[in-house]
Design a binder for this molecule. Structure first.
Ligand SMILES: [Zn+2]
Length: 292
């Protein structure tokens, strides 16, 4: 009899517990699934932070396509691009410009992008470009400075032309400022890694008056980021220092750009994309451009 009573009380209490807990279960159904997701996340293995270590030394501050060259930061002899070639050795350019470019040289990498740009301009009906200057060695710059004087030329090391990434482009029709060629370049050069280095309204920052003909190769995605933010190179270098990372997608390629003051070992933490390029800023650090 006692056993019966015990079992009866037990089953009754289970029933009571079930009845009382049922509405609670219903009430919490919505949040229950969320809890489940959260607990799944907790249960999952914590992601392992991938770290890529790159050896870096102080010399790298002064090498690459993103060097800031101006009155404050001249470039060193060792900063000259190693792939300087006569523009006439680039087949398509020789075809378009003929003998007029025989004495003009540029970094091969920049020259190939310049060719792509000229081909695109031609497709848009622009046929009257001229190339007036490219790479100038330190000696050539010194002679120019002596001949032209401080008002018209820069001393060796202080001109962007001394590195091999700057090109002066003109129009055979009229002054670049008014020419359709100048307008086209100002709009499209960025898509090919070139920047209008000395734009209107920025001479207080660049230290150089508006030069609608002077284009500087910095490569992608930097030229595009600079255009989107209306940055000159001085502003972009500072922006990278302040923000440390910038990511963007250009033509379907993902880019992840980071600034690093120079230390002995450079540790790149995720995201690690498949390829990277390093350029100094000519000031105090390096800029790593990762992409895939
Ligand atoms: Zn120039």
């Amino acid at each position: 009899m006692k056993k019966w009573l015990f079992l009866a009380i037990l089953s009754l209490s289970i029933g009571v517990v079930f009845i009382y807990s049922t509405p609670l279960l219903h009430k919490n159904r919505g949040t229950q699934s969320e809890t489940k997701v959260v607990s799944n996340m907790i249960l999952r293995e914590p992601p392992v932070k991938k770290i890529q270590t790159i050896d870096i030394n102080e010399d790298q501050i002064y090498l690459g396509d993103l060097l800031l060259v101006n009155n404050t930061f001249p470039i060193k002899h060792g900063s000259i691009k190693e792939d300087i070639v006569p523009l006439s050795s680039i087949e398509g350019l020789e075809k378009q410009f003929g003998t007029s470019i025989h004495s003009i040289s540029l970094s091969n990498e920049a020259g190939l992008e310049f060719l792509k740009m000229m081909e695109a301009a031609k497709m848009d009906g622009l046929l009257h470009f001229s190339v007036n200057s490219g790479f100038r060695g330190f000696e050539e710059q010194a002679n120019l400075y002596k001949e032209m004087g401080a008002a018209y030329a820069l001393p060796p090391g202080y001109s962007e032309h001394n590195q091999g990434l700057a090109i002066d482009v003109g129009s055979t029709l009229m002054k670049m400022e008014h020419a359709p060629e100048g307008k086209w370049m100002a709009e499209h050069a960025w898509d090919y890694g070139f920047i209008l280095r000395y734009p209107k309204g920025k001479s207080d920052i660049t230290g150089i008056e508006y030069e609608p003909w002077h284009f500087r190769y910095v490569g992608l995605p930097h030229s595009v980021i600079m255009k989107e933010n209306n940055f000159v190179l001085e502003e972009y270098i500072q922006y990278l220092k302040d923000h440390k990372t910038v990511s963007t997608t250009v033509d379907g390629t993902e880019y992840f750009v980071t600034y690093h003051p120079v230390t002995e070992k450079l540790e790149l933490v995720e995201p690690i994309l498949s390829q990277y390029e390093i350029s100094g800023n000519n000031v105090d650090g390096v800029i790593v451009t990762r992409f895939k």
